[in-house]
Design a protein around this ligand. Structure first.
Ligand code: 15L
Length: 273
């Protein structure tokens, strides 16, 4: 693939898309941005923006034509507001993105999530760090939609030779916010450097990357980063003193990797310890 063909970014007006667009444009990437919400603020240099819902397959296909990569960050980013919205944005939308990639001959970078694995216990004496080929253990319908997205990539690679990189994003915030983030934090700068590497990599096939900075307390182990020549450079450890005391009083939240997502809709009569 190449940094010289345009790159389509879905979800460009969202929490991650907005800052990512600015960083990629600053690195010289020619961006086509799209989102169903208006782009907040001025467009980055050289970028165009089309307000578009992922539900419109033909419009997404047209936006992707000529692009070398689709960075698919669009969709519902958490469990609310219900299964129907996840179905439309995350399942149907993902299908439209993959069909567009197939027609355009583009690679997909899929913004997957740690919540596809949220019911794995946190590593410790009884559990090891997760490897790339570990079992999916979604903690929500949102997490389950990310399993679907990753496996849609697998189907399109095996059947149509569409390359894709599944980025299993941890906690991508400006700074790490709580003790869990000592393991899961992913800096905005590491995310942008990852996207540049995923766009430029000569070949990825169907690849998997744990989307976290170089955190010594990480929940996650091996993945396909050598294919991209990418290594994260930041670490949550610098914030340890500030955040290590920020833990939940709920043992259920602290036991599993997905944290608070695991506790959503947990049956009231079921034990939490
Ligand atoms: C995610 O997938 C969510 O989009 C984000 O809001 C955070 O909850 C993050 O995971 C996390 O696990 O910290």
């Amino acid at each position: 693939m190449s940094l010289h063909r345009p790159v389509l970014l879905t979800g460009a007006s969202g929490r991650l898309g907005h800052g990512l667009a600015a960083r990629l444009a600053a690195a010289g990437v020619v961006l086509r941005l799209t989102d169903r919400h208006a782009f907040p603020g001025a467009l980055p240099p050289g970028a165009s923006f089309t307000q578009q819902d992922l539900g419109d397959a033909a419009a997404i296909a047209e936006l992707a034509l000529g692009c070398g990569t689709i960075l698919h960050f669009g969709g519902v980013p958490n469990e609310g507001p219900g299964f129907e919205s996840i179905l439309d944005a995350n399942l149907r939308g993902c299908f439209h993105v993959y069909e567009a990639a197939r027609a355009a001959g583009a690679r997909v970078v899929f913004a997957s999530s740690n919540h596809a694995f949220g019911f794995h216990p946190r590593p410790g004496e009884a559990a090891a760090r997760l490897e790339a080929d570990c079992a999916y253990r979604p903690d929500t319908f949102y997490g389950l939609s990310k399993v679907y997205g990753e496996q849609m990539g697998r189907l399109y690679w095996d059947k149509h030779a569409v390359e894709s990189v599944q980025l299993r994003i941890g906690s991508c915030t400006a700074t790490p916010q709580d003790a869990r983030a000592l393991a899961t934090w992913f800096s905005h700068e590491d995310l942008a450097r990852f996207c540049l590497a995923a766009i430029a990599a000569p070949r990825t096939g169907w690849a998997v990357i744990w989307g976290a900075s170089a955190n010594p307390a990480s929940f996650w182990g091996g993945d396909d980063r050598a294919l991209l020549g990418w290594e994260p450079q930041d670490s949550a450890e610098a914030w340890r003193a500030e955040i290590e005391g920020r833990v939940s009083a709920d043992p259920l939240v602290e036991r599993f990797q997905g944290g608070a997502f695991c506790a959503l809709d947990w049956p009231p009569g079921r034990g939490r310890g």
